[in-house]
Ligand binder design. Structure first.
Ligand code: CA
Length: 224
């Protein structure tokens, strides 16, 4: 789960980022509205926390632009203002929720959980497809026959595949989702992680597999 924080007060941004990382989220930060919009338009995030008063483009205009471009992820506005008008304007613009600063971090985490749960799986917390389940609390891949612990990147990869079963996910998208925009040598390891996951799927006797569509990407499919 990757979250974007757009916040010009560096102290708040860093604090939030630390809390979210501790909770197991991947986090990217933007310190002004222009950069924030660029990041959002990359369409690799599952949720964004958006400050309203931002340099270059304010949060409301940023959100308007992003929604116009088809970015539909949940957005929680972080506003220093307590005026009702700003909240209404924010919600009318397409925000899903807002928090007034200073806010309680535990409440924010609860709202993030609620928002991401609604988008990905209205019925349950557990992601599943075929006979496999992703146990999010234990970071394990499970079937009724067996279970295996997943490394961090394996878990994230499988999570994205499970969110979009039977769809070919482009390699670039998977890399951006799991590794972000870090300039990292791990970039080239997508194939390696896919092969680890395939071994683990076989180990738990999954009736689904990761298919390769050459030079395009990967998809999670039922085994015929
Ligand atoms: Ca601000």
């Amino acid at each position: 789960m990757r979250i974007l924080i757009v916040e010009d007060e560096k102290e708040i941004a860093d604090g939030l980022s630390a809390v979210l990382i501790k909770e197991g989220y991947q986090v990217d930060m933007a310190y002004d509205g222009l950069n924030g919009l660029d990041c959002l338009l990359s369409n690799i995030y599952d949720l964004a926390l958006l400050d309203v008063m931002l340099p270059k483009i304010n949060g409301i205009d940023l959100l308007k632009n992003a929604r116009r471009e088809g970015i539909s992820i949940p957005v929680i506005l972080l506003t220093a203002k307590s005026q009702v008008e700003d909240k209404i304007l924010g919600l009318d613009t397409g925000a899903d929720d807002y928090m007034t600063k200073p806010f309680d971090v535990k409440e924010l985490l609860a709202r993030i959980r609620a928002r991401t749960r609604i988008t990905k799986n209205p019925e349950a917390d557990q992601l599943s497809f075929g006979n496999i389940r992703l146990n999010q609390a234990a970071q394990k891949l499970e079937t009724d026959m067996n279970s295996v612990k997943l490394a961090n990147k394996e878990y994230q990869l499988l999570e994205y595949l499970l969110h979009n079963p039977c769809q070919i996910l482009p390699k670039d998208m998977l890399i951006a989702k799991v590794w972000g925009f870090e300039d990292d040598s791990e970039y080239n390891n997508l194939e390696v992680y896919i092969s680890f996951l395939r071994k683990k799927l076989r180990f738990v006797k999954a009736n689904v597999e990761i298919k390769t569509t050459k030079s395009v990407g990967y998809s999670l499919e039922a085994i015929n």
